[in-house]
Design a protein around this ligand. Structure first.
Ligand SMILES: NC(=O)c1ccc[n+]([C@@H]2O[C@H](COP(=O)([O-])OP(=O)(O)OC[C@H]3O[C@@H](n4cnc5c(N)ncnc54)[C@H](OP(=O)(O)O)[C@@H]3O)[C@@H](O)[C@H]2O)c1
Length: 258
């Protein structure tokens, strides 16, 4: 499956983890890329990797996306550079785990600021161009959206809100296609941090913590960033032209319900 050449994709949180894998997947499909996150050196290294994979043009736009003006500024820059946008991937996110009695208002607000409000702002700023190009949006949520967890009382609600918002905007007349991907437990820095915390809390080695957490989650294996990138690549392809307003779980079977 190959996307038409020179489609322009914006990927947020592209400096590492899922965002990097999604960017590299879209690079192999021939997309031009605008990559954003805070770490400019890491973004530049993803730009280099994307060019080695054959992308025609890729730029790094470092920004703290939790700031209200940042998404609009990034999109303005992308339009100036490329002229239009075909694909928008809202992936940046960083919510804190923990019991809600110990999580401050500031942690709740910053969790929503980055993952929910930045997504709304990116969609708003890129909408006209995406409508004109009959493009698509993929918002990266998470399985905490459908399966509440007492230790994920910020991330879960943020992810649920993203699904509701995505469905809502997909119903606007003339809307670009808008879909959501909910990753399960994927091996990125976020999961490494969670395993390390679990090891410290239980006084066990990292290797044991990794295995125990995997057993507790009922998983044969953790996912790889490429597992999420494959689904995103498909949703952005012409083969997915009749798919909009939908949510896709990619979790190795972790979700307990239907
Ligand atoms: N990994 C999983 O198992 C999993 C499961 C469910 C959902 N998800 C969701 O998938 C998305 C990506 O997760 P991941 O595992 O790839 O996380 P990650 O490895 O921690 O990467 C997060 C990305 O977001 C960027 N970011 C963080 N704060 C930012 C800010 N203030 N402004 C701009 N960019 C910022 C980071 O770049 P900088 O630090 O350079 O800014 C990085 O590129 C998140 O929305 C997460 O909630 C992940």
């Amino acid at each position: 499956m190959t996307l038409s050449k020179h489609r322009v994709a914006v990927v947020t949180g592209a400096s590492r983890g899922l965002g990097r894998a999604i960017a590299l997947r879209l690079a192999t499909e021939g997309c031009s890329l605008a990559l954003t996150a805070r770490d400019s050196a890491a973004l530049e290294s993803v730009v280099t990797e994307a060019k080695q994979l054959g992308t025609k043009d890729a730029i790094a736009l470092p920004a703290d996306l939790s700031l209200p003006d940042a998404p609009g500024e990034v999109i303005k820059h992308v339009i100036r550079h490329f002229g239009h946008i075909d694909i928008l991937i809202n992936n940046a996110g960083d919510t804190q785990r923990g019991d809600f009695l110990e999580l401050s208002d500031d942690l709740h607000l910053s969790g929503f600021a980055l993952k929910y409000h930045a997504t709304v702002r990116f969609c708003r700023a890129a909408w006209e161009s995406l409508e004109a190009s009959k493009g698509c949006i993929v918002n990266i949520s998470g399985i905490g959206a459908q399966t509440p967890d007492p230790l994920f009382s910020i991330g879960g609600p943020v992810n649920s809100a993203l699904i509701n918002f995505s469905k809502a905007i997909s119903k606007r007349p003339g809307a670009p296609r808008v879909n959501v991907v909910c990753p399960g437990h994927i091996e990125t820095d976020r999961l490494t941090h969670r395993i390390n915390t679990f090891a410290v809390q239980n006084g066990i080695s990292r290797t044991e913590a990794k295995q125990r957490l995997q057993n507790r989650l009922g998983l044969d294996a953790y996912g790889k960033p490429e597992d999420i990138a494959s689904m995103v690549g498909y949703l952005c392809s012409p083969e997915a032209g009749y798919i909009t307003g939908s949510t896709f779980i990619v979790d190795g079977g972790a979700t307990p319900g239907i």
